[in-house]
Design a protein around this ligand. Structure first.
Ligand code: SF4
Ligand code: SF4
Length: 349
C-alpha cells in the first residue's frame, strides 16, 4: 500500500480534471436524505458524517438493467446489445461497510460463471472510499466483524485530516494505475503521525464499543430453528414493502421482465433484470407453487439468508451492519432487536 497526502485545493483541481474523463458518483445531500448520485462539480459532494440512506449498490446492480434487446418476426428472433453505459467511472466516499458489501456481491456474481453486466460495471469503476470515525445511530458494523476504518475492497481510501488535507491510501493495483496518471496532485506524507493522532483517539473509542450479540450463538440457533414462533411474532408487523432489501447493500435478488411492443409485423422489446425482494408476496412464486406463502416465512428467509445460508455457502455473513434496514423500515422492525432476541432465546436453552 502506498500512502500520500492531497490538499483540499488539489483534490478540487483533480476532480475538475477527472470530470472531463470519468463519470463521478458521490454522496449528495438531498432535502431529506443523502444518497450516491452522479455529480458534475466537486462542490456537490455531501461528505455526510455517517453513511448515506441509499448504498452505492445501484451503480453495480441497477434497479432495472437492460440485458438484451429482442425482435421476433415469425419464427426468427434477433438479439442485440442494449445501450448500457459502461464507461470509466469513479465512486467516491464509499464507507467500509459498503465496500465490504461489494465483496459479497462480487462472490455472488462470479460464483457460477461471470455475470457480464455486473462485472463490466465493477471493472470500469474505481472505488474511492473513506473511513468512518463516528458510528451512525443505527450502525452496528463492528458487531458483524467489519472494521470501520479499514480500506478492504477499496481501490483508494481518502481520510479527511480536518486540516484541509486528506490522507490517501492507495490500496489496489487499479488504485496504483490511477495514481500513476495523477501523481502530480499528491504530496509525501511527512508529518503523518501528528496528523493522525486525533483520528486514532476517536477510533479507539469507536472500536471499544460492546458487541450487541454473539454471531456464533445466532448461527447455531438458526441451524436448529427453521420452525420457531419468533418468525411469526416478529413478522406480524411486516407489510412486505421490500424497503429493507432495496436499501441493503448486500441484497441482490432479482427477477426478469420483458418490455415489448408489436410493430412492423414483429414483437420488439427489451429484457430487463429488476430488483426483487424476499419480502414480496410473489417472491419465488411459480405458476403452480409458492414455497413461502406467508410473510413470516419470507421474513425467515431474509434472516436465514443473511446469517445462515450465506455463511454456509461462502463462510461470510450477508450483513455488513450498515443499519439502513433498521433506520428506514416503515413499521420499525429492527434487525438488531431480532438478533438480540435470538441471542436471548439461545441462552434460555
Ligand atoms: S422494510 Fe420493514 S415492513 Fe418493509 S419488508 Fe422490510 S421488514 Fe417488512
Ligand atoms: S441487513 Fe440491514 S444492516 Fe445488514 S447490511 Fe443489509 S441493510 Fe445493512
Amino acid at each position: 500500500m502506498t500512502t500520500k497526502l492531497i490538499t483540499r485545493n488539489s483534490l478540487k483541481k483533480l476532480m475538475r480534471d477527472l470530470l472531463t474523463v470519468f463519470e463521478i458518483v458521490a454522496p449528495v445531500q438531498g432535502e431529506a436524505v443523502s444518497a450516491f448520485q452522479r455529480i458534475s462539480a466537486y462542490e456537490e459532494i455531501g461528505w455526510p458524517d455517517s453513511n448515506t440512506a441509499r448504498s452505492p449498490k445501484e451503480f453495480f446492480l441497477p434497479p432495472a438493467d437492460g440485458l438484451f434487446r429482442f425482435q421476433q418476426t415469425g419464427r426468427e428472433t434477433l438479439l442485440s446489445e442494449p445501450a448500457n453505459h459502461h464507461g470509466p467511472r469513479i465512486i467516491l466516499g464509499v464507507r467500509p461497510c459498503d465496500a465490504a458489501a461489494l465483496a459479497i456481491m462480487d462472490r455472488v456474481f462470479s460464483e457460477k460463471g461471470i455475470d457480464v453486466h455486473y462485472t463490466a460495471l465493477r471493472d470500469n469503476t474505481l472505488v474511492i472510499g473513506q473511513p468512518c470515525w463516528k458510528p451512525g445511530k443505527d450502525c452496528f458494523c463492528t458487531s458483524v466483524g467489519i472494521n470501520p476504518t479499514a480500506s478492504l475492497n477499496m481501490d483508494i481510501m481518502l481520510t479527511d485530516l480536518r486540516d484541509e488535507r486528506f490522507l490517501v491510501d492507495i490500496v489496489s493495483p487499479k488504485g496504483e494505475d490511477f495514481f500513476s496518471y495523477f501523481s502530480h496532485f499528491f504530496q509525501e506524507p511527512e508529518d503523518l503521525p501528528r496528523a493522525l493522532s486525533a483520528q486514532t483517539r476517536e477510533m479507539v473509542f469507536y472500536l471499544g464499543e460492546d458487541k450487541m450479540f454473539d454471531l456464533r450463538v445466532i448461527k447455531k440457533w438458526l441451524d436448529n430453528n427453521f420452525e420457531n414462533p419468533l418468525w411469526t411474532k416478529t413478522a406480524a408487523r411486516c407489510i412486505g414493502c421490500g424497503a429493507c432489501s432495496f436499501l441493503c447493500p448486500t441484497c441482490h435478488c432479482f427477477d426478469f421482465t420483458d418490455e415489448s411492443t408489436y410493430q412492423d409485423n414483429s414483437f420488439q422489446g427489451l429484457r430487463k433484470r429488476v430488483w426483487d425482494s424476499c419480502s414480496f408476496s410473489h417472491f419465488t412464486q411459480t405458476p403452480t407453487h409458492q414455497p413461502r406463502p406467508t410473510q413470516d416465512r419470507r421474513f425467515r428467509q431474509r434472516i436465514m439468508h443473511k446469517f445462515k445460508y450465506s455463511f454456509d455457502r461462502y463462510q461470510q455473513l450477508a450483513c455488513v451492519g450498515c443499519g439502513r434496514c433498521r433506520s428506514l423500515c416503515p413499521v420499525g422492525i429492527d434487525l438488531v432487536e431480532v438478533l438480540v432476541s435470538i441471542s436471548r432465546q439461545s441462552h434460555q436453552f
